[in-house]
Ligand binder design. Structure first.
Ligand code: NAD
Length: 433
């Protein structure tokens, strides 16, 4: 997580606490994580040498339910070097986790699950490693050792991990299998599983679909609908491509799309299914004959009604915020708008739908997956989508009420909603040890 994202989380929490007039004891207690776990994961590599990686999990808050959050395999989650000798070699990219950073990510999950009103707290974790440098069998061994070390601290009613950067449905399948050796068959211990092992229908599209339900709720406030508007989308991966497909299905015009390979524009609207086929066939957005090529940096500044960043954090910042020409920004990525850009855009009257709500469709369908596993009953996709629509629409209404009560923007409406729910649960549970 970029430093500005960490600063933004703290700033937004403190502002929300001030708006709510939170008691300073509650404010303090909400910031202290429930538990931080750090474990050494030592595995034999395929060539027989032993290597050790640091695995970690920050469990932030469980006052509203089991903690929930991703497990990422990524070298950037580690900081200062730790010199250790001994039997095995500590991988140079696996050192100390920066606890502030992971705490902020775990904390953000606490507010996000509360905004979505799903009965969870927040957590985050992972292993400091470069997954691309590991073979499939090394990744499986590493995941199993990590699970052995934390199995008694996660669980269906304690902490339910999910995929994140560098991990996927296969990683969750290995965790499920290893965890079940200790606790019996427990599909609800992780979400984002393969469908064959209890994954939910509709999970793959869920974040992008949630982004569209959120956009519809926002636009309805202004008497507008997707079919009458133009959209620019940064990122054409899981979230961006699903958002684009659903806008196209609703008759909206996606007039610009970019990804790491390039960008394309067409003022009459890009034919998204054809662009998806082109991307599938060539692996790139380049040489698409259904539009004109443009520089990817131009996408954020492209004139459109709704800009949807679906790629990286911090892309809208003080350098470019003044040149953004969209009327609405829907934050599908995490932290696409940094705090300085936030100020500039709000002065310009740009309406921003914040990430903490806009991209919560993924964790909401993860909750449905957990519910289905506990029920031992699989929902059809129609039911998943219908419930997702209900949750996203209800959350938007709740955010709007907070905006009205506290006379604040949508970001603060969402933060005050989430923080207030967690604070209420904390107080109701009582203070005495
Ligand atoms: P992904 O890896 O599938 O796609 C990322 C896309 O961003 C790719 O198309 C990539 O080419 C593009 N990209 C990367 N660098 C770029 C650049 N410099 N300019 C333009 N495009 C660039 O990832 P995803 O799952 O779609 O996630 C996208 C964002 O949404 C991330 O910020 C992620 O944290 C957030 N998010 C995802 C989910 C989820 O369920 N997938 C849930 C919540 C939040």
């Amino acid at each position: 997580m970029a430093m500005n994202a960490l600063a933004a989380t703290n700033r937004n929490f403190r502002r929300a606490a001030r708006i709510l007039g939170l008691d300073s004891r509650i404010e303090k207690s909400l910031l202290i994580p429930f538990r931080e776990i750090k474990v050494e994961c030592t595995i034999p590599k395929d060539d027989g040498t032993l290597v050790s990686y640091v695995g970690f999990r920050v469990q932030h808050d469980n006052s509203r339910g089991p903690m929930k959050g991703g497990i990422r395999y990524h070298p950037e989650l580690v900081s200062s070097p730790d010199k250790r000798g001994g039997l095995c070699v500590r991988q140079p990219d696996s050192q100390h986790v920066d606890p502030d950073e992971v705490n902020a990510l775990a904390q953000l999950m606490t507010w996000k699950t509360a905004v979505a009103d799903i009965p969870y707290g927040g957590a985050k974790g992972g292993i400091g490693c470069k997954p691309k440098d590991l073979s499939n069998s090394e990744l499986e061994r590493l995941t199993r050792v990590f699970t052995q070390k934390i199995h008694d601290l996660i669980g269906v009613n304690r902490d339910v991990p999910a995929p994140d950067m560098g991990t996927n449905a296969q990683t969750m399948a290995w965790i499920l299998d290893e965890y079940s050796k200790f606790h019996g068959h427990s599909p609800a211990v992780v979400t984002g599983k393969p469908i064959d092992l209890g994954g939910s229908l509709g999970r793959e599209a869920a974040t992008g679909r949630g982004v569209i339900y959120a956009t519809e709720a926002l636009l309805a406030e202004y008497g507008k609908s997707i079919k009458d508007l133009t959209f620019a989308i940064q990122g054409f991966g899981n979230v961006g491509s699903w958002a684009a497909r659903l806008i196209h299905e609703r008759g909206g015009k996606v007039i610009a799309v970019s990804d790491i390979t390039g960008a394309v524009k067409n003022p009459n609207g890009i034919d998204i299914p054809i662009l998806l086929n082109h991307k599938e066939a060539t692996g790139s957005l380049k040489n698409f004959d259904g539009g004109d090529a443009m520089h990817p940096n131009e996408l954020l500044l492209h004139k459109c009604d709704v800009l949807i960043p679906c790629a990286l954090g911090g892309v809208i910042n003080r350098e470019n915020a003044d040149n953004v020409r969209a009327k609405f920004i829907v934050e599908a990525a995490n932290h696409p708008t940094d705090p300085e850009a936030d100020e500039i855009l709000s002065k310009k009257g740009v309406i921003i739908l914040p990430d903490i709500y806009a991209n919560s469709g993924g964790v909401t369908v993860s909750y449905f997956e957990w519910v289905q596993n506990i029920q031992g009953f699989m929902w059809d996709e129609e039911k998943v989508n219908k419930e997702l629509h209900r949750y996203m629409t209800k959350a938007f209404g709740n955010i709007k009420s907070m905006c009205q009560t506290h006379n604040c923007n949508l970001r603060m409406g969402a933060f005050t909603l989430g923080v207030n729910r967690v604070a209420r649960a904390t107080v109701l549970r009582g203070w005495e040890a």
